[in-house]
Design a protein around this ligand. Structure first.
Ligand code: GLA
Length: 384
């Protein structure tokens, strides 16, 4: 088993470094099927955890030191939980220290990790890292694993230590997912429904543009502020609304004179995307790939035109997919400005799809996208 190989390597490295046996933990990345930039607006998302994990080998220490080594990067660092926290180092260490601090961990640990989740591809390699390390730290300190608390701590790490005001989708997907299912999450009530991913004769194929534009994190925080500004303005026509979740398209019309054009577009995306996500969930339950696919295309157009978080590489991938036989739907997935598209493709045409999309993309941009066919996996766990 491939996984076993990886665990052996981790174990060897751990023993060499710390001269004892570790326990093993893992947490997955995710693909979002639909419901983009809705999570921090109290809305709906529909992600699933992928079969790519961040693996952690760890053992508790008697003191309050955390030693963490990144196997793939050949880097390591240490800090003492009793010392003042250091924020915004600007790399993977922020996720480790941030999660440990946010969880209120007091007991030290030795950790070695290695991740299979592609970095910077919009597949939540950061949530996989924070959740797997957080899970390990709780388990090694003999603390009860409160999954919600873990998800929120990882999110706080992202806010306070990394500096991105992300929503809760990635962490929830990494913690609560179940094999074979997508997670329809209500980001307000935090209730979720697990829906089997079982489109008859259709597969989900992910295309990684391998592009990551620099502005992703700044623009992310700007979008969040624009949504908050939208809520403020909409209160004039609908007092008492807490977030864009509470707004309808008719409210936008009523507030038309008050809303600057950019803010109006942002709001329109979020309101429409929430409705699309609920409808797509119905399409998934009812095995209706046609409906689901149409909503994916609509979602992409809205992200491109109104929310303006796409880029020409992603638009190209979606347009190219639309022209390929057997494709029911395609859209960018994740925060945007690069990363991946997710495609719903008829199973008997997936090979042609892959060949064709790679050919067209290479012709245009001179590099090949990476194609993935992920399986929906279980969330974070200790590995026996
Ligand atoms: C990033 C964030 C998520 C979510 C998506 C967009 O992945 O971490 O919280 O907002 O972007 O849907």
């Amino acid at each position: 088993m491939e996984d076993l190989e990886k665990i052996r390597t981790l174990e060897m490295r751990f023993r060499r470094e710390f001269a004892r046996s570790p326990r093993f933990f893992r947490a997955p990345g995710r693909v979002n099927l639909i419901g983009e930039h809705t999570d921090y607006n109290d809305g709906f998302v529909l992600p699933f955890a992928i079969d790519r994990f961040c693996l952690v080998a760890g053992a508790a220490r008697a003191d309050s030191t955390i030693n963490a080594a990144a196997l793939d990067l050949r880097e390591s660092f240490s800090f003492d939980l009793r010392d003042q926290a250091i924020r915004r180092r600007g790399d993977w260490r922020d996720y480790i220290e941030g999660t440990a601090r946010s969880l209120g961990i007091r007991q030290g640990a030795d950790l070695v990790f290695s991740s299979e989740v592609p970095i910077g591809a919009g597949l939540s390699s950061s949530a996989a890292l924070a959740i797997s390390v957080g899970f390990a730290l709780l388990a090694l300190a003999d603390d009860a694993i409160d999954k919600r608390k873990l998800a929120f701590a990882a999110q706080r790490a992202e806010h306070d230590f990394v500096g991105i005001r992300s929503g809760i989708m990635d962490q929830f997907a990494s913690v609560f997912s179940t094999r074979g299912h997508a997670l329809l999450l209500d980001c307000r009530s935090l209730e979720f429904e697990k829906i089997p991913i079982a489109f008859e004769d259709f597969d989900i194929i992910v295309c990684d543009s391998r592009i990551k534009h620099e502005l992703a994190s700044t623009e992310y925080n700007i979008r969040r502020r624009e949504c908050e500004a939208g809520v403020e303005i909409l209160r004039a026509v609908k007092p008492g609304i807490q977030s864009l979740r509470d707004a309808a398209l008719t409210d936008l019309e009523k507030a038309d004179d008050l809303l600057p054009d950019t803010i109006k577009r942002r709001c329109r995306h979020v309101i429409g995307e929430n409705a699309r996500t609920l409808e797509a969930a119905r399409g998934l339950r009812d095995n209706d790939p046609k409906l689901f696919g149409r909503l994916m295309f609509e979602s992409h157009s809205s992200l491109r035109d109104d929310y303006q978080v796409s880029c020409r590489e992603l638009d190209f991938l979606v347009d190219a997919a639309a022209g390929i036989d057997g494709v029911a739907g395609a859209r960018m997935t994740g925060g945007g400005f690069g990363g991946c598209t997710v495609n719903l493709v008829r199973s008997d045409t997936t090979q042609e799809f892959e060949n064709e999309i790679c050919r067209e993309y290479s012709n245009k941009f001179g590099s090949r996208p990476v194609i993935y066919s992920f399986h929906a996996s279980d969330g974070a766990a200790e590995i026996d």
